[in-house]
Write a protein that binds this ligand. Structure first.
Ligand code: KIV
Length: 267
């Protein structure tokens, strides 16, 4: 048995007020780096549809895609807890369909949990998983799979809509989720939900009052220089560094200063 974090560590983190560090991962190499850096939770998010596959939304991602990327992340990590997003379309179906898909995820990818987007409407499906010992990370607020219903990637839970997000968070906790991602909601609402719930909240665009924080790895490392959402902090200017390095490689190939002797095999 490996020495990975388990689902039992998350309530402990909340009780100890130890913030949970979560980063998305989609492949073996980044999973290794993030795991070595001490990330607690590697989330194989369906954001891979946008940042890896280049779609405008997460909707085209399939269960097979999620399993494929999760297998690589599990192989690349040793200590972090690994959760795999259930893609768009599954939780719209009967709880037994969601259960079948989640069994496939745990069996075929090695993930320890599935992530389910949505609140009250998916609570029954979450319960079908948790009562059968499949850990669920829930996700409420700005759930990207609902982008068309929201009219874009828009902050949720402002004004009177706060009650709906709170009700969603309570519903997923009651359905047995071990933690919940709060995305794109006002910071005060996120703090209130975090104080109200006994399970940890993990925020993205939800302010400092959450029990942990998650960022998309390519945002955190600055591999996007296009849109920079307000909630993103770049800890590296990755795209600049990559461009510089590749320009240097191209120059050295063209002026024949690479490769030199140290890169060559002798007879
Ligand atoms: O798909 C994803 O990466 C996510 C996180 C950003 C929370 O849902």
């Amino acid at each position: 048995m490996s020495s990975r974090l388990t689902v039992l560590d998350f309530p402990r983190f909340k009780a100890e007020r130890r913030p949970i560090v979560c980063v998305t991962a989609y492949d073996y190499t980044f999973a290794r780096l993030l795991d070595d850096a001490g990330v607690d939770l590697l989330l194989v998010g369906d954001s891979l549809g946008m940042v890896v596959q280049g779609h405008d939304t997460t909707l085209p991602v399939t269960l097979d895609h999620m399993i494929y990327h999760t297998q690589a992340v599990v192989r690349g990590s040793r200590k972090a807890f690994v959760a795999c997003d259930l893609p768009f379309g599954l939780c719209h179906r009967a709880p037994d369909v969601v259960l079948e898909a989640s069994i496939r995820v745990l069996k075929e990818s090695g993930a320890q949990a599935v992530k389910v987007e949505g609140g009250v409407p998916v609570a029954e499906a979450i319960r079908a998983l948790t009562t059968r010992h499949i850990p669920v990370l829930a996700h409420v607020g700005l759930t990207p799979q609902s982008v068309h219903a929201f009219g874009g990637f828009k902050v949720q839970g402002r004004g009177e809509a706060a009650d709906k997000v709170l009700a969603d968070a309570i519903a997923v906790e009651q359905a047995g989720a071990f933690a919940v991602v709060l995305e794109g909601i006002p910071a005060r609402l996120a703090r209130k939900i975090s104080e109200r719930l006994t399970i940890p909240t993990i925020g993205i665009g939800a302010g400092p009052g959450c029990d942990g924080q998650v960022l998309v790895v390519y945002d955190l490392l600055g591999f996007y220089d296009g849109i920079k959402p307000k909630f993103v902090k770049r800890y590296l200017e990755g795209s600049q560094l990559v461009r510089q390095a590749v320009h240097q490689f191209a120059d050295e190939v063209r002026n024949r200063s690479f490769p030199v002797d140290e890169h060559c095999f002798s007879e």
